[in-house]
Design a protein around this ligand. Sequence first.
Ligand code: ADP
Length: 258
Amino acid sequence: DFSVSINHTSKDELGELANSIQTLANDLNHLKKERNEFLASISHELRTPLTYVKGYADIARRKGISEEERNKYLHIIYEESEHLSSLVKDLFELAKIDQHSFVIKKEKVSMCEFIKNLTQKIEPALHKKKINLIVTCPTGIYANLDRSRFEQVMINLLDNALKYSSSESTVTLKVKVNDVTNKLTISVEDEGIGIPESEIPLIFNRFHRVEKSRSRESGGTGLGLSIVKEIVEAHGGKVFVDSQYGKGTVITIEIDQF
Ligand code: ADP
């Protein structure tokens, strides 16, 4: 730990300097603690799927097990490898954000065209879960966005809406202009399992999941929303959550119009 002990309490310049150094030292200690916790979470998150892969690979190669059993184990190995790829992809994204080597390349984007393109991409996932997607987007709305990063934001939100809803339910994607603030809002609403009130402030934390098992079963990494928040804030925007446990969730993004 960084430790400083400065007993200069006077109100002169030296006193102020001592105060600043003390604050800086406290901040550094805090950052160090956060970094260590983050690294510990990463090792834990990577270890779990690796344990499955190793364990099932070991069983699958044994002599005498049936073809059916072997296929079952290979399937688990495949799923766990997929999970590992998502983790590595999300971690890489966060590392870029943290290192500030993450550049936002904004351009004028027509919202309707953007949304149309997006819905085409998620069509197979919607179809697979028989989810009905309702989209409303008034024409002639433009935003100043990094197209590919914002696409990632929307895919993360839609992906969550699908993951945490039952099949044959409805997901609503709305683009609106707020009459009062003149800002643009994009909301993703689902009729899924919802988030308990006490968990709402925590869901943007890295690796935070409401229930570890329900998220892991659906392939979640616990990093999606933290990436959403970082990207939206890098655009000067905000993210809001409104959820009722057992009823559904609305995630709203607010950004400036072009
Ligand atoms: P994950 O990859 O686990 O989905 P996220 O960072 O995207 O991670 O979300 C964090 C947690 O917030 C999830 O594990 C889930 O418990 C909860 N969550 C996010 N979106 C929704 C939603 N639309 N409905 C219900 N719970 C959600």
